[in-house]
Design a protein around this ligand. Structure first.
Ligand code: SAM
Length: 263
């Protein structure tokens, strides 16, 4: 895609969906956009934008496509085991009630996995505070409704927890009301909005894959600042923070980075 055309497409997408593609790696994003245009059957971007301007569902589809909502409960289960066995007990030793943030929470599988872990761990989830944010309002609405989630989504949920915290319905599995109440959902763009709170655990997994190195770098520095001393950042199974120690992080095993200090 030519630079001029890409600028035009980015501007129109911002107007239509509210998503600012600045900060996303352009070669990958351009490939995704070209594939989208091809699939749509429209001969040009101008034609496609005209065709979907009044079509809320098509705009939502474009948004879903751009933000890539793929997720699952307890994604990379062995990392969650490590969180449960090593990280959470250490954090709970420092502080009885934890503040946790799932940043880029998609349809809620990640924050509900965390709520399930806490329920299993401490039996009293309500003493902890769980914030979940995403740029995509459609995904958030899904999350707030507690689903429904497919059998594939919940495959890693232990059967005892599935029986306790989900109801089965035609479209799949839904998280029960009492667990839903444990999570506060909010729309938030990690590339543009400030982070106003501090946390004991920040979970930001599989979100930055399409960000430019500069945007990633800036975000990780901000996430460091948003951790309480002793707090931990949990990233995706294949994600590594470049020059983590220069930012102040100490590695806590694969996928976990700690801000040193604290009680
Ligand atoms: C692949 S999903 C990952 C979901 C979950 N964290 C996981 O690991 O399973 C990526 C999510 O990041 C969100 N996202 C993408 N860009 C974002 C941004 N700039 N700010 C906040 N969320 C963003 C997408 O909407 C999507 O829900």
């Amino acid at each position: 895609m030519e630079a001029l055309e890409y600028n035009y497409v980015r501007r129109e997408i911002l107007k239509l969906t509210g998503i600012d593609l600045h900060g996303y790696k352009s070669p990958q994003m351009q490939r995704r956009l070209s594939a989208y245009l091809l699939r749509s059957g429209s001969p040009t971007w101008a034609h496609l934008f005209r065709a979907i301007r009044q079509d809320e569902q098509a705009i939502r589809q474009l948004k879903d496509y751009l933000t890539i909502n793929v997720s699952a409960f307890f994604r990379d289960i062995e990392r969650y085991h490590y969180l449960q066995r090593v990280i959470l007990p250490e954090l709970l030793q420092r502080r009885a009630s934890l503040r946790i943030w799932s940043a880029g929470c998609s349809r809620g599988q990640e924050p509900y996995s965390l709520a399930l872990l806490l329920a299993d761990h401490t039996s009293l989830t309500s003493r902890h505070r769980l914030l979940a944010t995403d740029v995509d309002g459609t995904a958030l609405a899904w999350a707030k409704a507690g689903g429904p989630y497919s059998a594939e989504d919940v495959v890693n949920v232990p059967t005892t927890l599935r029986a306790r915290f989900f109801t089965e319905e035609q479209g799949g599995y839904r998280v029960i009301e009492s667990l839903r109440r444990q999570v506060s959902f909010r729309q938030h763009n990690l590339l543009t909005a400030p982070i106003e709170q501090t946390f004991d655990l920040i979970v930001c997994r599989n979100v930055v894959i399409y960000f430019t190195p500069e945007a990633k770098n800036e975000l990780y520095s901000q996430l460091y600042q948003a951790l309480r001393p002793g707090g931990v950042l949990f990233v995706g199974a294949t994600e590594v923070i470049a020059r983590a120690s220069e930012k102040g992080f100490v590695s806590k095993g694969i996928s976990f980075y700690q801000r040193p200090g604290g009680p």
